[in-house]
Write a protein that binds this ligand. Structure first.
Ligand SMILES: Cc1ncc(COP(=O)(O)O)c(C=O)c1O
Length: 456
C-alpha cells in the first residue's frame, strides 16, 4: 500500500493518471514482443485470460484479431487507441508512458504538430504517383539526406528489410560492375552475431538468429556469421576475395543494445578497402538521432559505402532508404531495382519534416543529455539489484541486462503504465522512447522500472 501511495505521488507530480495504476501483482509470465516481430521469451503465447487488467472491449478485439490475422505476432495484450507526445492511451483510456515508441519509430512522439501538418498538407495535394514519375518531395528528401551524410545517392524503399534487400542487390551489382571480366565476381556476405537485418529472404539470411532462418531454408546462400567485434576473422574471410559486402549495425538494437568499438569499425573499414568489399552500416534502428548523433557512425568517425535507414525517418509512415556513395550508385542501372510505393510524395514530405526537426545541434545534444540522464537514473535506482548485470547504450537507446528473462519486468511495467521492450536473448530490457521525451517522463519511467524490478 505504501508502495502504491508512493507511485501515486509520482504520478500526480507528472500528471499521469494515478487511477490507471494497480498494485503490483505477479502472474505467470508468458511470451513477449522482443524484437520487431516475434516473441522471444517463454513459450506460451499471451492469453487474455491471464492479464488481470484487460477489459471486455479489449478482449473482444484480441479474440477478433486471433480469428482474422495470420498468427505471426505474439502481441502484448493492450489495444492502443491514441497517442500524444510520449504518452499513448488504450481503448479503456488507460495512459502509458511510451518507452517503446513503436520499436524506435516514433522519434517525434505521437501527433507531433509539424509532422501532422506535413502529412495533411501533402495528402491534400498529392499522395502517390509511383516511381514512373518525378515528384518534388522525393527529390527534396534525397537532397537533404545527401547534404547531411557521407552519401552521394539515395534509393527509397518502404521498410528496413527492403532497404537491406536493396543494399544486398547493390553490393552484388557493384561487384559485378567492378569485375567485368570475371565469371565469378564476389557474391558472399559477412554479418555478425546478434545481428538483425530484417525478415525478407536476403535480409533474413544476414540475421543471426537461427530460429528466424531455419523454417525458411533454403534462404540466400553465402553468408558467414562472425562474432561482433572480431575483425581478425573478418579479415581472414574477406581476403579470400569472394565477399561482396560486410553488413554491420554500429549499435545493435534487437541483438541486445551492443555498441561497436571504434577499433572494430575502423578494422572493418580497412579490411573492406583492402579487399574491395563494401561496408554497409545498418542504421535502421540506431540512426537518425537515436544515439545523440545524426548517424550512429558519426560517433566513431568511420564511414560506410552504404547505409540503410528506415524506422523513424517518416515519423511512423512506412519508409526505408539506402544511402550510397557514387562509386556504388554508378553500378546501378534503370531496371536493377524498384518499388511501386517507395518514396511517395506523402511519405517523403513527412520524412523531410522529421529529418529537419531532428537534425539540429540542440535537438541532438538534448538526446545525449537525456540519454545520459536516463542511464544515471537507472544506475542510481537499480543499484544493488541482484538481477541487473549491466546498463548500457548511447543516447536514447538504452539496455538493462538482467540475469533472468526480462518479460516479467516488461509485464509489470506495462501494468504500471510504462511500455518497454525486450531485446537480445530476452534478458535485456530495451528503452527506445520518443526522442522528445521530457526529463520528468524519464524520471517517471525509471521510477516505475526500478519499483517493478525490486518487486520481482
Ligand atoms: C537494425 C535493423 N535492421 C533492419 C530491421 C528491419 O526493419 P523492418 O522491420 O522495417 O523491415 C530492423 C527492425 O527492427 C532493425 O532493427
Amino acid at each position: 500500500m505504501a508502495y502504491l501511495q508512493s507511485l501515486n505521488t509520482t504520478h500526480s507530480a507528472l500528471s499521469i493518471q494515478s487511477k490507471n495504476y494497480k498494485t503490483l501483482s505477479f502472474k505467470p509470465h508468458t511470451a513477449k514482443i522482443s524484437s520487431c516481430l516475434v516473441s522471444d521469451v517463454g513459450t506460451k503465447p499471451i492469453t487474455t485470460a491471464n492479464s488481470t487488467s484487460v477489459s471486455h472491449m479489449s478482449k473482444e478485439l484480441m479474440e477478433a484479431d486471433k480469428s482474422v490475422m495470420v498468427g505471426t505476432y505474439a502481441r502484448t495484450p493492450v489495444v492502443l487507441e491514441r497517442g500524444i507526445g510520449s504518452k499513448v492511451y488504450d481503448v479503456d483510456g488507460k495512459e502509458y508512458l511510451d518507452m517503446a515508441a513503436g520499436i524506435a519509430v516514433n522519434s517525434l512522439g505521437h501527433a507531433d504538430p509539424d509532422w501532422l501538418k506535413a502529412v495533411t498538407d501533402q495528402a491534400s495535394i498529392l499522395t502517390h504517383v509511383s516511381n514512373v514519375f518525378y515528384s518534388v518531395p522525393q527529390v527534396k528528401l534525397a537532397q537533404r539526406l545527401i547534404e547531411c551524410s557521407f552519401a552521394d545517392r539515395v534509393f527509397f524503399s518502404n521498410s528496413g528489410t527492403e532497404a537491406n534487400e536493396a543494399a544486398i542487390k547493390f553490393s552484388r551489382k557493384y561487384q559485378r560492375h567492378t569485375h567485368p571480366d570475371s565469371t565469378d565476381p564476389p557474391t558472399e556476405f559477412i554479418a555478425f552475431s546478434n545481428s538483425f537485418h530484417g525478415r525478407t529472404l536476403g535480409s533474413l539470411a544476414l540475421t543471426s538468429k537461427e530460429q528466424y532462418r531455419a523454417p525458411f531454408e533454403p534462404i540466400m546462400p553465402g553468408v558467414t556469421f562472425v562474432d561482433y567485434g572480431n575483425v581478425a576473422e573478418v579479415a581472414r574471410l574477406v581476403k579470400k576475395g569472394n565477399v561482396a559486402a560486410v553488413f554491420v549495425e554500429p549499435l545493435q538494437g534487437e541483438g541486445g543494445i551492443h555498441s561497436a568499438t571504434k577499433e572494430f569499425l575502423l578494422g572493418l573499414r580497412s579490411v573492406c578497402d583492402e579487399a574491395g568489399a563494401l561496408l554497409v552500416f545498418d542504421e535502421v534502428q540506431c540512426g537518425l538521432g537515436r544515439t545523440g548523433h545524426l548517424w550512429a557512425h558519426e560517433a566513431y568517425g568511420i564511414y560506410p559505402d552504404i547505409m540503410t535507414l528506415a524506422k523513424p525517418l517518416a515519423g511512423g509512415l512506412p519508409i526505408g532508404a539506402v544511402l550510397a556513395t557514387q562509386k556504388v550508385a554508378s553500378a546501378i542501372k534503370p531496371g536493377d531495382h524498384g518499388s511501386t510505393f517507395a518514396g511517395s510524395p506523402l511519405v517523403c514530405h513527412a520524412a523531410l519534416t522529421v529529418l529537419n526537426k531532428i537534425n539540429t545541434p540542440s535537438f541532438l545534444s538534448d538526446v545525449t543529455k537525456k540519454g545520459n540522464y536516463l542511464k544515471e537514473l537507472l544506475a542510481k535506482k537499480l543499484k544493488g539489484n541482484m538481477h541487473v548485470t549491466e546498463i548500457r547504450g548511447m543516447g536514447l537507446i538504452v539496455g538493462i541486462e538482467l540475469d533472468m528473462p526480462a518479460s516479467g519486468l516488461v509485464d509489470e511495467c506495462r501494468e504500471n503504465g510504462v511500455l518497454v521492450l525486450t531485446a537480445g536473448k530476452g534478458n535485456v530490457v530495451r528503452l527506445v522512447p520518443p526522442l522528445v521525451i521530457s526529463m520528468e517522463e524519464l524520471e517517471f519511467g525509471a521510477e516505475i522500472i526500478s519499483k517493478c524490478l525490486a518487486a520481482l
